[in-house]
Design a protein around this ligand. Structure first.
Ligand code: NVA
Length: 371
């Protein structure tokens, strides 16, 4: 049966089929969290974020919300249904029997927390203490989907304990330097240990029957094994991008646009020995265009490669951030219609166009693209 806006239905098997219903994050009450092991390891040593934390300035929250609201309206004008999270109070500290953090993070990048696979939405374990309760921002929506769609499966991965045993202390020394970080990334020595399963949803890309998962700072091998056991009808593939000294979240590194085509960050190329499934099935992996900016915006965790953090609306249409002119030009050459979206002033709140959304419904079924 065709999708109808009058009926809630959760279903999305991949990153590119026609998008009908989506969650767009909010910048409300977003905090720069206090220091903690996994977060510190991600913040580049020369970043303006080092050593400061607290609620983000209200004018930056307002500006980011303006852009996110406009993006939601742009999607609605294309007949895509848009839901928004309900912000909890992120100033609240979190204490569990195992850890304490003085504040939380926000509800801007739903993609980090929610993994939609078919008719299921799975709350990720997360790997930062400040993001342990982030799923609460989305609970009103997931509760509503569960009540309205009898086939919807609301799942939550086991909450991790996040004791100090989850983090390698080597990563916590002040100045490690990018050369050392790259060496460690190549050896697959990351800040997180194998103490317990850890994954962020944004380390996972969905290709129908296949899930491609980045092993890095925010997802460990046990997390990937947990996903493998949780989705027994899927093939779960582990990938690494050794050119990335801060490997978190796959969506500024590897971006599928449609069946057979992926853009890959040229500084973080997928190693040859991990390309077999794509090569064998005739997929093209092309270098992404250069970002239009030399530096990220102020107080931003992410790299300039948010240029390739695009949202595919259907196999011929893609949302690209308005200032990312080289990425837009490349998309055009690759045969995609480009929808320009202004979002750069919201990047600091947790990412770009892919990050700030989570799929609720895309057309299409679970296909095998790698037989
Ligand atoms: N690893 C990423 C996160 C972006 C979603 C980066 O390039 O900063």
């Amino acid at each position: 049966m065709a999708w109808s806006p009058d009926k809630t239905e959760v279903k999305s098997w991949n990153e590119w089929d026609t998008l009908r219903h989506v969650i767009v994050g909010r910048a409300d009450d977003c905090h720069i969290p206090p220091e903690e092991p996994a977060l510190d390891a991600k913040v580049p040593e020369d970043s303006d974020m080092r050593g400061q934390w607290g609620r983000r300035p209200q004018e930056t929250i307002d500006r980011a919300n303006e852009l996110l609201d406009n993006f939601a309206d742009q999607l609605r004008k294309r007949d895509i249904k848009v839901d928004r999270p309900v912000s909890i109070d992120h100033a609240q500290p979190v204490t569990t029997p195992d850890f304490h953090t003085d504040s939380q993070f926000g509800c801007m990048p739903p993609r980090d927390v929610l993994l939609t696979v078919g008719r299921e939405m799975l709350e990720a374990t997360m790997s930062y203490r400040c993001r342990w309760f982030e799923y609460l921002n989305y609970r009103p929506l997931l509760k509503q989907y569960w009540e309205e769609d009898p086939r919807f499966r609301h799942e939550a991965a086991p909450k991790p304990r996040l004791t100090d045993a989850d983090y390698h202390p080597d990563y916590l020394s002040e100045k490690i330097g990018d050369a050392k970080r790259l060496e460690w990334a190549a050896e697959k020595f990351f800040v997180t240990t194998e103490e317990e399963p850890l994954f962020d949803a944004a380390d996972v890309l969905r290709f129908g029957k296949d899930l491609v998962v980045q092993h890095g700072f925010t997802t460990n091998l046990k997390g990937i094994e947990w996903l493998r056991r949780h989705f027994p009808d899927h093939r779960v593939h582990t990938v690494n991008f050794p050119g990335d000294p801060y490997p978190i979240h796959i969506d500024a590194t590897f971006t599928p646009l449609r069946p057979g085509l992926i853009v890959n960050n040229p500084q973080r190329r997928l190693p040859e020995d991990q390309r077999e499934m794509f090569n064998k099935n005739g997929w093209d992996i092309v270098d992404a265009a250069q970002p239009a900016h030399n530096t990220p915006p102020p107080l931003c965790y992410s790299s300039t490669w948010l240029s390739m953090n695009v949202l595919v609306l259907d196999p011929k249409t893609v949302c690209v951030e308005k200032s990312e002119v080289y990425q837009a030009e490349q998309m055009d050459k690759l045969g995609m219609e480009v929808v320009e979206v202004e979002l750069r002033d919201a990047y600091a709140f947790g990412g770009g166009l892919h990050c700030c959304t989570a799929d609720v419904y895309r057309d299409g079924d679970c296909e095998d693209y790698f037989p």
